[in-house]
Design a protein around this ligand. Structure first.
Ligand code: AMP
Length: 215
């Protein structure tokens, strides 16, 4: 099963996507995580991507199409995959449909996490992220050690450059301009788009997301 997660930054799609992936028994791939790892490793791809990411702008489509292809063809993904933040423009949606069709698959469900802008800015500007394993936290301070980190060495909590207020506002603008049309594209191409109300407790939102994938 191929599941595409859509929703503005801070809507909870990444965290809930982990639960959806676990319930389906498939991996989750996040282009944001892949690009941040590449930037940290200092590869050519990573360094090119970092400049876009720090401003909150989108990384060019050809880079993302390469990551998509790799994500879908990896043996671990044979039973399916949850794609987090992988589809952010209409050309990326078209590219994913093409890459999936090449291996006899299709996008089975699009989960659209919905939440108001003010709630998003408040959530993101108070978010910290583990510098090593990328786990996001609410209400924990930059500089705190991440005691539960599974990476070695364990990470420390940092504020992502793109979680600063100006970058957040830019990411929301980019989402509205480039990613909202993706929802319309899926709807007009027979996609199974399931809207998830992202407001509420973690458990409530999780239950909605799992229901939408039949779990
Ligand atoms: P995320 O962790 O999903 O919020 O992604 C962080 C940043 O990575 C975004 O603001 C973009 O700069 C870049 N990025 C991640 N996924 C994509 C994508 N599918 N297309 C373009 N840029 C992306």
């Amino acid at each position: 099963m191929i599941v595409v997660l859509l929703g503005p930054p801070g809507s909870g799609k990444g965290t809930q996507g982990e639960r959806v992936a676990a319930a389906l028994g498939v991996p989750k791939v996040s282009t944001g995580d892949v690009l941040r790892d590449a930037a940290k490793a200092g590869s050519a791809l990573g360094l090119e991507a970092k400049a876009y990411m720090d401003r909150g702008d989108l990384v060019p489509d050809p880079v993302i199409l390469g990551i998509m292809k790799e994500a879908l063809s990896a043996p671990a993904q044979a039973r399916g995959v949850v794609l987090d933040g992988v589809v952010r423009t209409v050309p990326q949606a078209e590219g994913l449909a093409r890459v999936a069709a090449e291996i006899g698959k299709q996008v089975d469900v699009v989960l659209l996490f919905e939440i108001a802008d003010e709630a998003l800015v408040a959530r993101l500007s108070s978010r910290t992220t583990c510098g090593a394993c990328q786990t996001p936290f609410a209400g924990r301070q930059p500089g705190e050690a991440h005691a539960e980190c599974t990476a070695r060495p364990k990470g420390t909590l940092v504020r992502r450059a793109d979680d600063e207020p100006d970058a957040i506002r830019n990411r929301l603008r980019v989402y509205k301009a480039q990613t909202e049309p993706v929802v319309a594209w899926y709807r007009s191409h027979g996609g199974n788009v399931q809207s998830i109300d992202g407001v509420g407790s973690f458990e409530d939102v999780k239950a909605r997301a799992l229901r939408a994938v039949g779990r």
